[in-house]
Write a protein that binds this ligand. Structure first.
Ligand SMILES: Cc1cc2nc3c(=O)[nH]c(=O)nc-3n(C[C@H](O)[C@H](O)[C@H](O)COP(=O)(O)O)c2cc1C
Length: 153
């Protein structure tokens, strides 16, 4: 729904991303708040999953900042993912709706938003007040049995 989000609530959501735990506390997460008509139109041009939200967050991580393990693992995606998850939980707590969106072509997104080479996008997060008639997609209730997920060793 197009109803605007109060700045106070947006600040709380962003704060949840700021205080997220990151590897070695290097804090590589970088967030763009897409709120102008132009930026929202750009978001709509890269994904069909904007859901008429008044705000879309573009969450990236900075390759020059993220922690690298001795085995070559780069923690950037993990760190950004934790920040996104915390923001989604905060949004839910505040009565807002959101959805993790990776349904876009990164090459197109990079070009549209002119992302520098050191920034890698992880997700778009449309945030807004859900329409009263909205309900979760049927897959929302579909989960694998716990025994398919957990192994006791
Ligand atoms: C990495 C990731 C990418 C996703 N990309 C999209 C997307 O592009 N569009 C969309 O509508 N939902 C997307 N989703 C939402 C999933 O479809 C949804 O979380 C899943 O079906 C379970 O439903 P639930 O979150 O309502 O429990 C994505 C979720 C994750 C974790």
């Amino acid at each position: 729904m197009k109803k605007k989000i109060e700045q106070e609530k947006l600040d709380k959501v962003l704060e949840a991303g700021r205080v997220a735990p990151t590897a070695a506390n290097f804090q590589p997460q970088r967030i763009f708040v897409l709120e102008s008509d132009e930026a929202l139109a750009q978001a709509k041009s890269v994904t069909p999953f904007c859901f008429n939200a008044p705000i879309v967050l573009l969450i990236c991580w900075d390759r020059n900042v993220s922690w690298k393990a001795i085995d070559g693992h780069d923690s950037g995606v993990v760190d950004a993912t934790i920040a996104i998850t915390q923001m989604m939980l905060e949004a839910q707590d505040l009565g807002l709706g959101t959805c993790w969106v990776r349904g876009y072509d990164k090459r197109v997104l990079d070009k549209v938003f002119g992302l520098p080479a050191n920034l890698e996008s992880v997700a778009l997060l449309p945030i807004g007040y859900p329409d009263k008639r909205s309900k979760p997609h049927s897959v929302h209730y579909s989960r694998i049995p716990i025994e398919n997920m957990v192994s006791y060793l």
